[in-house]
Design a protein around this ligand. Structure first.
Ligand SMILES: *Cc1c(COP(=O)(O)O)cnc(C)c1O
Ligand code: SF4
Length: 350
């Protein structure tokens, strides 16, 4: 009798784990299926097989369910559909725009900033975003075995100035809770750490991933939990995403969002204002708005700095300060994200 609640919760956990794992193994990976699901006219799509050969189409179904039917310009669709424009060679765009290969002291560790570093915990993501700078990153070399994990942990243990480890990727939440729980447990034993951060798009694209088991190693750790989401458009947040985020928030997780400024997707201040309001409603504060990294294949998404600054200035005039993200870009060799300064124009009235 006394045992049955434990058995019940175990059953629920198994059910939860199966559900997200099924969801992440049942991705849409062909344009034909995407076109059919969305009732698109193939003639209207800038689809290109060659672009998909270079960086595969991968999209979880919950994310597709939030796209508008029969709309080739849907802002969510544009983020995942491989297009012919990706094949253009554009000056200034390269395979490794961040020169991360140079800040990679050990496999799986990217240490560029003071007091915090990245663990490349997974080589994969749940979704492949066409603008991603990691589309050309050598993930294979960053898939760690236990011995390499020990070395990465030793690196952190030996550097008492570190306060925070950031689980990044790929996307750390494609790993299972047994693997992540082990890692979080090891990190919690390192006395100079006080925070554990996750950078993930999974709670947006596959919200069933937020399970009790995940909360047990993340939210109940000695380390203060911070989750930085990646969401670019208000339509990415539906009731299921909101429910998952509420569980994280109620468990004490600090929720922040980083977005990438993308032409045709969110490059209007009204669109980003709606994103900020929707995030806030779901308990998430906007953190960064990134200028994209100039990786091959992403040029058609680029927004000029002057247009970006104008968008942010308009947001600042219309929203409370805490709903205006910091507009930044990453510059190789600089020890933090670099703010893109707003113009120091004379006072305007409008
Ligand atoms: C972005 C980034 C971080 C985190 O930076 P914050 O400003 O703390 O969010 C840490 N390390 C690397 C290498 C990064 O690119
Ligand atoms: S989820 Fe993040 S890391 Fe993964 S493909 Fe998208 S932008 Fe890149």
């Amino acid at each position: 009798m006394a045992k049955s609640p434990a058995v019940d919760s175990e059953l629920i956990d198994i059910h939860e784990a199966r559900r997200w794992q099924d969801e992440l193994s049942d991705l849409v990976t062909t344009p034909e299926e995407l076109i059919e699901l969305l009732q698109l006219d193939p003639e209207q799509l800038p689809w290109a097989q060659q672009a998909s050969d270079k960086f595969a189409l991968r999209v979880p179904r919950p994310f597709i369910r939030r796209m508008r039917l029969a709309d080739p310009n849907d802002p969510l669709l544009l983020q995942v559909l491989p297009g012919a424009t990706e094949l253009e060679v554009v000056a200034g765009f390269s395979a490794d725009p961040l020169q991360e290969a140079e800040a990679n002291p050990l496999p799986g560790v990217v240490h560029k900033y003071h007091g915090r570093l990245l663990f490349i915990t997974a080589g994969q993501c749940a979704v492949n975003c066409r603008y991603c700078f990691r589309r050309e990153f050598p993930y294979g070399e960053n898939h760690l075995n236990r011995k390499q994990w020990s070395a990465a942990l030793e690196y952190v243990r030996a550097r008492s100035e570190l306060r925070e480890v950031i689980l990044s990727g790929g996307d750390p939440l494609v790993l299972n809770d047994r693997q992540l729980g082990w890692l979080a447990g090891e990190l919690a034993q390192i006395p100079h750490l006080n925070k554990l951060r996750i950078h993930s798009r999974v709670p947006i694209v596959a919200p069933s991933r937020i399970t009790d088991e995940m909360l047990s190693w993340f939210a109940r750790s000695r380390l203060k939990p911070v989750l930085v989401l990646h969401c670019n458009h208000a339509s990415e947040i539906d009731a299921e995403v909101r429910a998952g985020l509420a569980r994280l928030r109620n468990a004490g997780v600090t929720l922040l969002n980083q977005a990438v400024l993308l032409r045709g997707v969110n490059d209007k201040s009204e669109t980003l204002e709606a994103l900020s309001e929707t995030l806030f409603d779901a308990g998430v504060l906007p953190y960064y708005l990134h200028q994209l990294d100039r990786v091959n294949g992403a040029a058609h998404f680029e927004v000029s700095d002057s247009a970006a600054v104008e968008i942010i200035e308009q947001m600042r005039r219309r929203l409370p300060g805490y709903l205006v993200p910091k507009l930044v870009r990453e510059i190789p060799g600089v020890a933090s994200k670099s703010p893109i300064e707003t113009s120091s124009k004379l006072p305007q009235t409008n």
